[in-house]
Write a protein that binds this ligand. Structure first.
Ligand SMILES: O=c1ccn([C@H]2C[C@H](O)[C@@H](COP(=O)(O)OP(=O)(O)OP(=O)(O)O)O2)c(=O)[nH]1
Ligand SMILES: [Mg+2]
Length: 163
């Protein structure tokens, strides 16, 4: 927050820097970036040599041509669907959400599932999903016999009703 109480806009130089390898030279022109200053995710593009048609129910692993090494274990990447593709065309992720470990150095892959009822043709370099960097806290599990009591206790899965 600044003095006027509004959030201070971080500048590009405040951002963590992530090492990226181009596994296909064509991706140099298509490096992911934030579309607006407030975007949470960077769009990931499909590395394809030709259009690819996904029939209803098809699920294909699509290359991005990028390897991003996050390195910091207090960060992770998440691959999320784009809302327009998911809502209008049924193009979502075969794993629903992709979780990218900070020590992963391989190619970022997008499991692309046509959960809709019509075929969809994906164009080369089309923006297919989005990559969000998130903070992570790693924990140690400590085995106990009993918990300190809580208001909820073991209640879950709708125990509080619907209204
Ligand atoms: O949508 C995704 C999900 C995962 N990955 C990569 C990065 C991640 O760090 C690695 C392993 O993912 P995860 O742990 O979710 O898969 P797993 O089935 O448990 O594989 P592993 O045994 O390699 O951990 O695969 C992707 O490229 N795209
Ligand atoms: Mg795993």
């Amino acid at each position: 927050m600044n003095d006027s109480g509004s959030p201070t806009m971080p500048t590009k130089s405040d951002r963590p820097r992530l090492a990226v390898k181009l596994l296909d030279e064509r991706m140099r022109d298509y490096l992911p970036d934030y579309a607006t200053t407030g975007s949470a995710g960077m769009d990931l593009r499909a590395l394809l040599d030709a259009p690819l048609t996904l029939e209803p129910g098809d699920c294909e692993l699509i290359r991005t041509g990028l390897a991003i090494h996050i390195a910091d274990p207090q960060l992770a990447g998440m691959v999320l669907p784009r809302s327009g593709l998911g809502h209008k065309h049924g193009i979502v992720l075969g794993n629903l959400v992709g979780l990218i470990d900070s020590d992963y150095q391989g190619e970022l892959m997008i499991s692309t599932w046509n959960r809709g009822s019509t075929s969809f043709t994906l164009e080369p370099f089309e923006r297919l999903a989005q990559y969000v960097l998130v903070p992570v806290i790693q924990a140690e599990l400590e085995v106990v016999d009993d918990f300190d009591s809580s208001l909820r206790g073991p209640g879950g899965f709708g125990s509080s009703g619907r209204q």
